[in-house]
Design a protein around this ligand. Sequence first.
Ligand code: TTP
Ligand code: MG
Length: 373
Amino acid sequence: MTESASIDPSLLQRKIIHFDMDTFYASVETRDNPELAGKPVVIGGSPQSRGVVCTANYEARKFGIKSAMPCSQAYRLCPDAIFLPPNFSKYREASDGIRSVFKQFTDKIEPYSLDEAFLDVSQHEQDMTATKIAVAIQKKIHTDFQLTGSAGVAPNKMIAKICSDVRKPFGITVVPPSQVAAFMRQLSLRQIPGIGPATEKKLHKHGFSKCEDLYAYSVIELQSLFGESMGRWLFQRCRGIDNRSVEGKRERKSISMERTFSTDKTCIDEISDIVEAMVEELVHKLREKRIWGRTWVLKIKYNDFKSINRSMTVDTAPFSPGEEISQSLIKLLEKTEVGQRPIRLAGVGCSNLTDHKTSKVIPFPSEPIFRLG
Ligand code: TTP
Ligand code: MG
């Protein structure tokens, strides 16, 4: 084993739980309306709208309905499904309840989304095993909130996250340190969080589909195939190495917003205006949250659902007004086929964020929309 494949023994002693609620939005709705039980339920837009599916329960999934699928397609797959709009305040409340259960077992909690979190239970006061803690959390959430969730228990976050999906719903999967190598070997690379369809395609091109397919390659060889950081990342992840710690407060990496149009748009002036408005809104949000970033992204989805991103670095001071940014993003429209092909969605985003909460300099104190809250 080369240097980068060796694991610090103390990291193998960690006990990490990844907890993820089962069909979260749909489960909350069914709990609150028992008449839905046993019927296919889809949470998202109405079948007539251009909205997408947020989630579907198992009865609806049997018909092939999946998250992010257009609702019109979901309707074609299962016209009898019950389509409900999302009720975020309800999900937020359920999410708070679940987190209050986590807190009864550890302080080291990293919420990952409304319905999932990583917990580091390496040191537990009553010396409960990590598996027993996962079972206890599962039971308590079920008793207190009539909702089910599944857990993965492993020496690190990546393996715990993969595991929580293995025995859904209401399941627990444990991979102790001694079984990490065997567990990883047979795993498809696509199951590694962070490997999406695009990376999977690249891996397939080289004939790689399982983790073990990469084992014959050194870090340097993988770096020459996939670039420096990706090569190293792949070398480690396919062996089950993940040294990231469970962070109490997850750093936000990006912030974005997007708009799906009710009819496809081709007029470049109209799209420019929409981009400008979204930048304004995002700049406002960044100010409120006291974060700022220099990398800005323009996202366009054409009417055939092909989505493209164009990014750029804008050297404006934190909390600058949005004009310069929107003008630059509008220029980026020239690097797309906007104006020639109809688009169904436009979005803007900002990444490489820095927290400016502690910054003493407030560049635009008198600006009317600047809020301290
Ligand atoms: P997930 O945990 O990915 O999905 P889930 O809880 O519905 O189902 P599973 O049992 O497989 O975990 O996401 C949690 C919630 O986030 C989900 O209920 C709805 C919402 N969501 C979206 O709004 N859009 C999406 O594309 C996805 C994946 C989820
Ligand atoms: Mg879930």
